[in-house]
Design a protein around this ligand. Sequence first.
Ligand code: A3D
Length: 320
Amino acid sequence: MARRKIALIGAGQIGGTLAHLAGLKELGDVVLFDIAEGIPQGKALDIAESSPVDGFDAAYSGANDYSAIAGADVCIVTAGVPRKPGMSRDDLLGINLKVMKSVGEGIKEHAPNAFVICITNPLDAMVWALQQYSGLPKEKVVGMAGVLDSARFRYFLSEEFGVSVKDVTAFVLGGHGDTMVPLTRYSTVAGIPLPDLVEMGWTTQEKLDAIVQRTRDGGAEIVGLLKTGSAFYAPAASAIAMAESYLKDQKRVLPCAAWVENKYGLKGLYVGVPVVIGENGIEKVVEIKLNKDEQVMLDKSVSAVEGLVAACKGIDGSLV
Ligand code: A3D
């Protein structure tokens, strides 16, 4: 069987890490694409030269022309600019919307059958724009945010409880970051929901609230430390989990920014929900019953995303 092809559009910090992880996991051959000349070629060669050491088989190439992504099975999009300290994700909207237009058109022409994962911020609006510009089916275009937000939540919880990250599950809904909705009653340690763990004296409600807030601010915490860019290891690992579920038809249940229509009271919007990812892309949107508080938080998150989508339409009148 021929190897699968993974196209990474944007060969910056996340793009390079994605390329390395895709090789280490032998997900397929990798093409790095970027407008910066030499960067995708240099990273491709550098990672290919590590393959004999780590013992993986994958062909690597770098390109500045979209024809190189032809026939890709998966496209992961990080093209655009990241945040600098003091910037919100939304400050990136105007610049990155233009980038999504060229990327969407490139994918439409050269890789129309791909499963497309968007990482570029502001995520929920950019994934929507990317679907519009590429014209690909909505179940084949998805945004990465929830896997990262829940990974951060899981990591902080594992530290608080002194238990393995493997035994901590977390359930998040809504937009990326600031308006993320953590569902603590569906987040567990080995199946024990967080509210029960508070009752059992494992932690306090105050500490749990602080962990939720730290999760929401997780991106800004890293930006503040790095100063020159934003997080890239955990975002790359998160997108690779989504790509792997598609390529291997694992049917994992992962929180992603997916197209939601007639569920959660939405008429049609890209927003973070749990979905099943398999060989057909987004195979199912999982709808759960929310309590009053959770619904209020989701509504707030939805209006933030709607505001960004409206701003995109204001910038480019061709978007509907
Ligand atoms: P960075 O290292 O700057 O890489 C971005 C790359 O995109 C650079 O190599 C640019 O040359 C390239 N680029 C710019 N314009 C184009 C274009 N038109 N076509 C092709 N390539 C282009 O950034 P990064 O890798 O750290 O981050 C990439 C994006 O991911 C940013 O928008 C971040 O804000 C976003 N991000 C999202 C999350 C989420 O959880 C959603 C987390 C972290 C970063």
